[in-house]
Design a protein around this ligand. Sequence first.
Ligand SMILES: C[S@@+](CC[C@H](N)C(=O)[O-])C[C@H]1O[C@@H](n2cnc3c(N)ncnc32)[C@H](O)[C@@H]1O
Length: 209
Amino acid sequence: MIMESKEYFNEVAAQWDSMREGFFSESIREKAYDIAKVEKAKLAADIGAGTGFVTEGLLHRGLSVIAVDSSNEMLEQMKKKYNGSNMIDYRQGKSEKLPIDSDTVDYAMANMYLHHVLDPFVAIKEMVRILKIGGKLVITDLDEHNFEFLRTEHHDRWMGFKRENVNKWFTEAGLKSVIVDCAGGNCSSISNRGCVKANISIFVAYGEK
Ligand SMILES: C[S@@+](CC[C@H](N)C(=O)[O-])C[C@H]1O[C@@H](n2cnc3c(N)ncnc32)[C@H](O)[C@@H]1O
């Protein structure tokens, strides 16, 4: 039987930090913070937070974070890591209905999340919903690729995205000043079953509500 994405992420949660280090570097989240010009003491949502890769840098910059993920195990790993931090609010929830009130956060950020959701446009509209007016959405994810093993081995739903589609979704979701550009890094992964190696460029998508 094919494992559901949630089961997969529950299973790999304890190893996610070391897996993630092999896939992409911290420069990706730095690009996200820079493009949004994040300011301390603001409230950010880290959507598809995993074990807190994006959250970590936001905390260092003095923001509070609502971390949302569908995988309880991922959130448990994150709680162990940031034991006792009163700057993080952990919420289990899904892309179609984020467990955050409308118009409440200054930034919504999602790294390597969009290619896992059922409907990327619905997921984007949900992230726009939770932003305050003037709030900023930043998504970092994979450009379109043809590495099928990422679907079978890593439970990716989408083989990356065309930047023009992401730009269109951001605009149609009501965002202004939309930019979709190179994030300045790649995602690397080697197939378990042989010698196929993926090296996929990463985009950063930005827009303001
Ligand atoms: C590839 S991981 C990225 C984690 C983290 N953002 C990072 O950069 O290390 C994708 C995360 O999105 C979560 N996820 C996948 N589909 C989701 C959905 N439909 N709703 C909420 N979270 C989801 C997974 O549980 C997983 O933690």
